[in-house]
Design a protein around this ligand. Structure first.
Ligand SMILES: NC(=O)c1ccc[n+]([C@@H]2O[C@H](COP(=O)([O-])OP(=O)(O)OC[C@H]3O[C@@H](n4cnc5c(N)ncnc54)[C@H](O)[C@@H]3O)[C@@H](O)[C@H]2O)c1
Length: 442
């Protein structure tokens, strides 16, 4: 089993069964539509399994539940209470008891009647679960950022490509008409040649109670399988304020506001400058980091300066008053600023438009008006979604590199074709992180 990604216990029988199925039926149609040796889903529905039943997992699942084209048939969480709540929510919605609960995502992924999975776990799990799902030919709705490190993102991109999976990233701003209009204005040259981009992200966390030394540790609560929660990350003593929702404030499991939001406004900024397949040339940054012995260790205020090809400079900042929240592209002939529910531009006529008039759309950006439906449509058509893995990978790269530049205190040169940091061995080490045994990413 030399190509096995995950080396912890998955039975040989299950492994052979899934591998065999994959060889016979490449993922051209949703597997439940093929009806091979298992229940064919009614009305050719897409069977979905949910992995991670927290805040965003619940939100995303509600989006699946309202669409008749799919059926949520399974849920997985390492917190029994959260899992039970999710299973009950799904079963109440459908008026039956069909949704099954799992503690181990590998068992859910191994189910052959499941076509697609949602990955809404904390970031430190994205790569292992994403690659496992891809190897089982599942299509994936994966939350942003694509993964915890650039190397983990590369592993997802590779596995998705190799297994011909459909991947939708939870960068849902791409399916919002306001962001689409803004990016199309920029891409159609209506503000002239782009010279500068400003990306304003949140700062913080701001809760002063939490900005303190590590509190006394306690045993994990009985409903939580903490070993499976921490998974591939370094084992840390259990501290309640580092777990649900707050995992993002510690680099062992998350990436702070910077990596939480790079997959939103950073993603839109890249859309406008046509960087879905490429990336920056140089990057430097500075940030305010709490003392090393604090409970939460992510930087709370940051400023990253990025140089892109074609003399485009970008500032990505959180907590700096001169960089407004959202995305602002500045060109030789005008500017556009966009945020959730906000749009301003140098040309007031653009502000009242719902979308760019057809005659101005010489460059037509991918249009989706419902992120979840776009995923389901693409599962059927086998066309790329509006936010595929490769796009999400490139969108997050400035965030990952910015963090490395802040930690090393050095300006970094990035080769976006080879995807390597040039001439900086210590910084290059930070493109990946060690995995706690027995977890391995092939
Ligand atoms: N698209 C968006 O707008 C948006 C908004 C918020 C969060 N997110 C993303 O969604 C993801 C989840 O964030 P959240 O705020 O819901 O976090 P959360 O802590 O509320 O939920 C995560 C859940 O995953 C579970 N989990 C942990 N390890 C698991 C494992 N091995 N198997 C199964 N379940 C496991 C946890 O027990 C928890 O219930 C993150 O990647 C985050 O960046 C996206």
């Amino acid at each position: 089993m030399k190509d096995k990604t995950i080396t912890t216990t998955i039975t040989r029988r299950k492994f052979l069964a899934t591998t065999g199925a994959a060889l016979v039926f490449p993922a051209i149609l949703p597997s439940s539509m093929l009806g091979f040796g298992r229940k064919t889903s009614p009305s050719n529905r897409i069977n979905v399994g949910v992995i991670g039943c927290g805040g965003q997992g619940n939100g995303d699942t509600e989006s699946f539940l309202r669409l008749a084209e799919c059926r949520v048939v399974a849920a997985c969480d390492v917190d029994q209470t959260r899992l039970a709540d999710m299973v009950q929510k799904v079963n109440t919605q459908y008026g039956n008891q069909d949704c099954r609960g799992y503690r181990d995502f590998r068992e859910l992924i191994a189910r052959r009647d499941i076509d697609a999975v949602l990955i809404a776990t904390p970031d430190h799990w994205h790569a292992l679960i994403g690659v496992e799902a891809a190897k089982h030919k599942k299509d994936v709705y994966g939350e942003k950022p694509l993964a915890r490190t650039i190397a983990e993102q590369q592993a997802i991109v590779k596995a998705v490509k190799k297994n011909h999976c459909i991947w939708q990233t939870g960068s849902q701003q791409r399916s919002d008409a306001n962001f689409h209009k803004a990016a199309e204005i920029v891409r159609n040259g209506l503000i002239g040649k782009i010279t500068r981009v400003e990306v304003g992200l949140p700062s913080g966390p701001k809760n002063p109670k939490m900005q303190q030394k590590v509190p006394a540790t306690t045993p994990p609560p009985p409903e939580l399988d903490y070993d499976m929660w921490i998974g591939p990350s370094m084992m840390m003593p259990y501290v309640g304020s580092r777990i649900h929702n707050n995992w993002r404030w510690n680099y062992n499991t998350g990436g702070g506001q910077l990596l939480d939001w790079i997959g939103h406004h950073g993603d839109i900024a890249h859309w406008g400058i046509d960087c879905d397949q490429s990336g920056p040339l140089e990057i430097e940054g500075e940030g305010d980091f709490p003392p090393a012995d604090y409970n939460w260790n992510v930087c709370t205020r940051y400023r990253i300066e990025v140089k892109y090809p074609n003399d485009i400079s970008m500032t990505i900042a959180g907590g700096h008053a001169d960089i407004r929240s959202g995305v602002k592209w500045i060109g030789t002939e005008g500017w556009v600023w966009v945020n959730r529910g906000g749009f301003e531009s140098s040309n007031p006529d653009w502000e009242t438009l719902k979308e760019l008039p057809e005659e101005m759309r010489k460059v037509k950006l991918y249009r989706s008006r419902d992120h979840t439906r776009n995923f389901l449509d693409c599962i059927k058509s086998r066309q790329a979604t509006i936010a595929p893995a490769e796009t999400a990978h490139h969108s997050s790269i400035p965030g990952h590199l910015g963090l490395i530049a802040m930690i090393t205190g050095r300006s970094l040169k990035w080769d976006s074709q080879k995807e390597v940091i040039v001439d900086d061995a210590a910084a290059s080490q930070m493109l990946s992180r060690p995995f706690r045994s027995p977890w391995k990413l092939a």
